[in-house]
Design a protein around this ligand. Structure first.
Ligand SMILES: Cc1cc2nc3c(=O)[nH]c(=O)nc-3n(C[C@H](O)[C@H](O)[C@H](O)COP(=O)(O)OP(=O)(O)OC[C@H]3O[C@@H](n4cnc5c(N)ncnc54)[C@H](O)[C@@H]3O)c2cc1C
Length: 381
């Protein structure tokens, strides 16, 4: 395994860090307080080519390989403090664009991908329901054929980007007797008859990424809204989760690195008892543990990229990376607050926002408990 980067990859990383610092952070504290999404930040990221990174050039992307994509998302996580904006982009890239790219017809790719890559359209992904979260075999939303149409009935909840989305990828059951294997994916645009977007849902963190319910009241979809084959939803969903679990985490790496640097600087300069607090071993050990978690996370994620590049199956590796990185990010946020003492607790310094944002990582894209179940199954338990 060779994880060294080319000069071009390193130049891209440096450029993106500079861009993110300059263009994405202004006004963040206010946006966080008012739950406001930055459409401007979204457009700027699109103009930098972020939304199109791994997608084919013919559909508006850049054809970047997996490692370059991870590196770019890592750079964004390092330079951009608006984790909600990054999360909203990730939600679109891995759970909307990727399934269209991998399972869509040529017509669907041509219709949706260029606009999504260019930031002109925003995508949302609806799987979770009020009574079906971790257990995706229990979906209550149904899709039935009526003439040349599909009729969707049911409610999707916790849908990131729903209040601002133009394009939706949604899963419904077409054969309840087959549970998870009876799901089917659909892709369609806002404005279809019978689709209602619920009120925005307020969250503990990631407040700059909007969220709402999708309510399907005898919602009529054209026959070409089918994504993949009828009954092929499990495959579509699982493949996008593998991408999402890997790539979503890359921005955590950058964020952890940035946070560690900030903490080291503080521990060197903040003095108590006539010496820098970093000279107290119990403070230094927190920074050491942050560093060990960061480097372990990095290895897990780069190995995952290597497996994906080699076209190898990576379900367990993605679960290990998701579990370890999301838990590490929460712990690093707690350590950063502790190292900064009272200042760490005050909103002005942003550490409490990071902590609130980080906790979502234990829940979305499969909870930590579900990742452990995946790994346990692999162990034969
Ligand atoms: C910020 C955020 C953004 C999200 N964005 C989206 C989105 O865009 N689209 C979308 O479809 N969904 C989205 N979700 C929903 C997310 O995928 C679900 O919250 C998640 O899958 C868990 O489902 P649940 O909330 O219903 O919890 P439940 O499944 O009810 O779980 C409750 C608790 O029980 C545990 N548990 C459940 N089953 C098991 C088991 N078998 N073994 C051990 N423990 C178990 C869970 O780990 C958890 O601790 C988002 C969630 C968050 C927090």
């Amino acid at each position: 395994m060779d994880f060294s980067f080319t000069p071009e990859q390193l130049a891209l990383r440096a450029e993106l860090v500079k861009f993110a610092r300059r263009e994405l952070n202004e006004g963040l504290a206010d946006r966080d307080r008012s739950h406001a999404f930055s459409r401007e930040g979204w457009s700027r990221c699109a103009a930098m080519g972020i939304l199109g990174l791994p997608f084919p050039k013919e559909y508006g992307g850049s054809d970047a390989d997996v490692l370059t994509t991870l590196l770019a998302m890592e750079a964004l996580g390092y330079g951009c403090r608006d984790s909600g904006l990054i999360f909203a982009m990730n939600a679109q890239m891995w759970a909307v664009q990727t399934p269209i790219w991998n399972f869509g017809t040529d017509e669907q790719k041509r219709r949706y991908l260029p606009r999504l890559c260019a930031g002109q359209s925003i995508g949302a992904h609806g799987m979770s329901e009020p009574d079906s979260g971790s257990d995706s075999s229990a979906l209550a939303t149904t899709a039935t054929r009526r003439g040349d149409r599909w009729i969707l009935k049911g409610t999707k909840t916790f849908v990131t980007n729903a209040p601002i989305a133009d394009v939706f990828v949604v899963f419904a059951t077409t054969d309840r007797s087959r549970g998870f294997m009876g799901l089917t994916g659909f892709v369609f645009e806002k404005g279809v008859k019978g689709l209602r977007i619920g009120n925005p849902i307020e969250k503990m963190g990631l407040r700059t990424s909007p969220m709402a319910e999708l309510i399907f009241e005898d919602c009529e979809l054209p026959s070409d809204a089918l994504l993949g084959r009828e009954g092929g939803g499990a495959e579509v969903f699982s493949s996008s989760m593998e991408w999402e679990r890997g790539c979503l985490l890359a921005s955590y790496l950058g964020a952890m690195e940035h946070q560690l640097e900030t903490c080291v600087e503080y521990a060197r300069t903040r003095r108590q008892f006539q010496r820098p607090i970093g000279k107290f071993q119990s403070v230094a050990n927190k920074l050491v543990d942050m560093k060990v978690r960061l480097e372990t996370s990095r290895l897990l994620l780069y190995r995952l990229a290597w497996l994906k590049t080699a076209g190898r199956e990576a379900v367990t590796d993605a679960a290990i990376a998701k579990l370890y990185l999301s838990e590490s990010w929460v712990q690093s946020c707690l350590d950063a607050i502790q190292v900064h003492g009272g200042y760490g607790y005050m909103s002005e310094f942003g550490f409490e926002r990071d902590l609130r944002d980080s906790i979502a990582g234990r829940i979305y894209s499969g909870t930590s408990e579900i990742q452990r179940n995946i790994i346990a199954t692999q162990l034969g338990l």
